[in-house]
Design a protein around this ligand. Structure first.
Ligand SMILES: [Zn+2]
Ligand SMILES: [Zn+2]
Length: 232
């Protein structure tokens, strides 16, 4: 026969079981997607280029930025693109794990809370063909999550990706510039946009955000920053 005390302890046990899941990375019981230890171990960026956020051994500007400063003003990259961030992003990207994207977006918000607030966030557009294959744009999902916590407006109609490029990784600097030429087309911008932020999941060479920055500066935007989840 159950008395009220038994009922209460059963209830507590059941609700604890419902809340518990396994940490996505190490498998221990956790009440969140990642356990406290795995969350604390994530590879937040440390020493990086002060302009493009490329990981460096010594603080300052990287070689490429010393030769020619990029057109964007500032890059904030939350993580280095190493384990387990590489794994989390690729699971989010190719297995449509929106819970992981939401977690990454949430961590970005915490990291970016003291950054100058832009008029609008613009996720890097995917080519329509790639969008159809994948079903969603991971940069849009990250931006939606940032909007949820900050209220910063989000736009994904002002720019189209009109050329489906091959990946920039492994190309030389000049090949990258040719590969990314005439990739984006700005359709329309709002009259109150002076400062925009481009949202990217992984920034690799920087040539994509540079090309997009150039387009937005040409139509009258005054400042372009980049917020990315991870930097290679
Ligand atoms: Zn864990
Ligand atoms: Zn740099």
């Amino acid at each position: 026969m159950l008395n009220s005390r038994n009922l209460l302890s059963n209830f507590k046990l059941i609700s604890k079981r419902l809340l518990l899941q396994n940490c996505f990375l190490c498998g221990v019981d956790s009440n969140q997607l990642l356990c406290v230890a795995c969350l604390a171990d994530l590879p937040y960026q440390t020493i990086r280029c002060e302009r493009c956020a490329k990981p460096l051994a010594l603080a300052g500007l990287c070689n490429e930025c010393q030769q020619k400063l990029p057109l964007y003003t500032n890059v904030q990259a939350v993580f280095s693109y190493i384990y387990p961030i590489d794994k989390l992003i690729s699971v989010a990207k190719f297995k449509e794990n929106l819970a992981i994207l939401d977690l990454l977006g949430n961590l970005m918000v915490k990291y970016l809370q003291f950054e100058p607030r832009p008029d609008v966030m613009i996720p890097i557009p995917l080519h329509p063909k790639r969008l159809r294959q994948r079903g969603y744009n991971q940069s849009v999902e990250l931006a939606k999550c940032i909007r949820k916590y900050t209220g910063i407006p989000l736009d994904y109609n002002s720019c189209q990706r009109i050329k489906n490029t091959r990946p920039q990784v492994g190309l030389s600097v000049s090949q990258r510039k040719i590969n990314i030429q005439n990739v984006f087309k700005i359709e329309k911008i709002a009259s109150n946009w002076k400062h925009i932020v481009l949202i990217d999941d992984v920034m690799t060479t920087g040539s994509t955000v540079e090309a997009l920055t150039k387009e937005y500066l040409q139509v009258g935007i005054q400042r372009v920053d980049v917020w990315c989840c991870a930097r290679r």
